[in-house]
Design a protein around this ligand. Sequence first.
Ligand code: SF4
Length: 436
Amino acid sequence: TKLVTDVVCPFCGTLCDDLEVVLSDDGKKIVDVNNACAIGAMKFLHSQAEDRLTRPRMRQEDGSWKEASYDEAIEYTAQMLAKAKKPLMYGWSSTNCEAQGVGSEVGELVGAQMDNTATVCHGSTLIAVQDVGVPGCTLGEVKNRADVVVFWGCNPAHAHPRHMSRYSIFPRGFFTAKGHRGRTVVVVDPRPTDTASIANLHLQVEQGRDYELLSALRVAIRGNPLPDVVAGIPKETIIEVAEKMKNARFGVIFFGMGVTHSLSKNHNIDIAIQVTRDLNEYTKFAIMPMRGHYNVTGSGQVWGWQFGYPFCVDLSRGIARYNPGESSSNDLLVRGEVDAVFVLGSDPGAHFPFNSVKKMNDLPCVVVDPHITPSTVVADLHVPVAFVGVEVGGCAYRMDNVPIETHKVVDAPDGMLTDEEFLEGVLKRVKELKGV
Ligand code: SF4
């Protein structure tokens, strides 16, 4: 066997870059994956599945699938996008920045609604950061400096399994030589999660009342009086947590969809950022969203520098407009404002509400994905592609906005295109159709 080292895991926003992949003697097959968590390892092993689709397939009148060539798939996609008045181009989080860049060019030419998975995830975080800024840091700083770590509305034990061992709780860093014994871990979650079970303190906040608890923390940090109980938490506990945070050498709040998608949404993040700001009067504190898809952060970066906005970008008027709630995928689908759907690097069929998925089913719909997913079930054209980070490299942004170059480990099956190559083909054909 052969061993490939320093491989980057293309699954979650932790982007672990210490994986080892064991290849067969001829270097063509992945035999095993070392260092990855179970979900990361499966991403590599799934790419080896015997029954994997290696050619596009087109839906027939009777609902069955017929194999198509990549040229036919490019033609169908280009025609669909060029003819549509207002196509939705959604996803972009499980692919590399290079493909995101080409996709943006296509979107600009066809006047698309460009949206990524932040729309159902950390979009409210992006809005809050635009409102009030963000005191951030890198995961390396957390590993080397953090002695107080707060997980608010997130459960990395399940969603980002190696986050705690690589960066936030267990590792020994330059100023954190005692590892987890030198760290205080606080979890705020209405549920007794596996992350909460290893925390020093678990604040079982009442569902949807994070805003009150964050306000109470601000009051406690300033030493002002509190009611006896806030959001189900006794004031003594709130004061204890506030003191631990103020006395940290370096602290960090990681937060997830428990706060971005509960009552108050972006206002929860506004005030969590204000708590972090307040703490910087006393010590060094940072805050970071636990981003899900491995390159959702990158898609916000690419669109940020291309359009000025990180998600919900409306290009239909020839300029970039941004108005989440109006230009977000689910609102557009449910209101019937888009007339074609293109999906790449995400699975809205699994994560969008039923009414949105029904609209995807009714509209012309192309899904680009290496896997068979709930989205491909409602698609008219399914284009399987090479796995980014396994069969093609490219840039991805970790949850702390650090760009990391992913590596190719094995070749894709003969003749398969990458996301970028497929999009290049679509771009070329759309240019011809539009006469530009
Ligand atoms: Fe991959 Fe995330 Fe697991 Fe790291 S924690 S190995 S990036 S799935």
